[in-house]
Design a protein around this ligand. Structure first.
Ligand SMILES: [Zn+2]
Length: 296
């Protein structure tokens, strides 16, 4: 080979080597292969929590509903219907609200919970001086437990005698006469919860009272329904309260729980054991048991 031929061959070899190098580099695979997109592993959106005013008391105090979750199945919990006489039922409701506000993902995806903490704010205020949200409160100096003061609303009506099931204006509570109102839902507090129930159409209605240490089933004429019995059993066993399918110590007229049961709602009264303690841990277990009954 002469000099020019050598240069030509050298150039060709260089071009081939450069071409091979280029092909090798351009085909280089990324060092990590992307993971395939996960299927059904996206985290569920955090349930939303909202507060709304569902009505006002006789004296104009606001009645709130705290709503947590995004599901289509609605569970309703109500505290404070008997005001200051059962102030710990309202305290419990506020503590349950705080718990689920801090742990919204514990509400199953198919469920929304609604908590009315203080259905009788005038009665609560009359007997205890408390207004609005309170927790961790010591009201043990409050001496009116057995007189019933603070139980009624500001029209002196027992709200749990003002609902449209076996309603009677002349009702009783432990052998003493109490007013059921001038007609069913004559009281603004009762009308507010009626309208709310009709709007959300819950599958469960739990009303917290004190202090009989039992969970009572409800009915509005006829047998206690299976859904109510299932709720009573689940809540009572989880929270370690007694179970009483039907309250029969005396005839109760116009009760909220019975009105809800008459609408097909699983409905119970949860009577705390004391009047001075919210019994939070027990009732949190009861609430979670109710959620499990309706989890899908
Ligand atoms: Zn009560």
């Amino acid at each position: 080979m002469n000099g020019s031929a050598k240069i030509l061959v050298g150039t060709i070899i260089l071009l081939v080597v450069a071409g091979l190098l280029f092909l090798t580099l351009s085909k280089k695979q990324p060092e990590t292969t992307p993971e395939p997109a996960p299927v059904n592993e996206a985290p569920a959106p955090t349930p939303t929590t909202t507060v709304s005013v569902i009505g006002k008391s006789v004296e104009g105090r606001e009645i709130e509903s705290h709503v947590i979750g995004n599901g289509d199945t609605d569970l309703l919990f109500i505290g404070g219907i008997h005001g200051g006489y059962e102030w710990n039922s309202a305290e419990l409701a506020y503590e349950i609200i705080d718990y689920f506000d801090a742990n919204p993902n514990e509400v199953p995806e198919n469920i929304t919970i609604h908590i009315i903490p203080n259905l009788n704010p005038d009665g609560l205020h009359l007997a205890t001086g408390l207004e609005g949200k309170f927790t961790g409160t010591d009201v043990t100096s409050y001496e009116m437990h057995e007189t019933g003061e603070g139980r009624f609303n500001s029209n002196d009506v027992d709200l749990n005698r003002n609902f449209d099931c076996r309603w009677d204006p002349d009702s009783t509570w432990r052998g003493r006469a109490v007013s059921g109102g001038t007609e069913p839902f004559s009281e603004p507090e009762a009308a507010a919860i009626r309208d709310y129930v009709l709007a959300i159409n819950p599958v469960v209605g739990v009303v917290w009272h004190s202090r009989a240490n039992n969970v009572y089933g409800s009915e509005c004429g006829g047998e206690v329904a299976e859904n109510t019995l299932a709720l009573m059993n689940a809540y009572a066993e989880a929270a370690d309260y007694g179970k009483v399918p039907i309250f029969d110590a005396y005839i109760v007229t116009g009760a909220l729980e019975d009105w809800m049961a008459g609408r097909g709602i699983a409905s119970v009264s949860v009577e705390l054991e004391t009047r001075t303690d919210s019994e939070f841990e027990r009732n949190l277990r009861g609430v979670k048991a109710a959620l499990e009954l309706y989890r899908k």
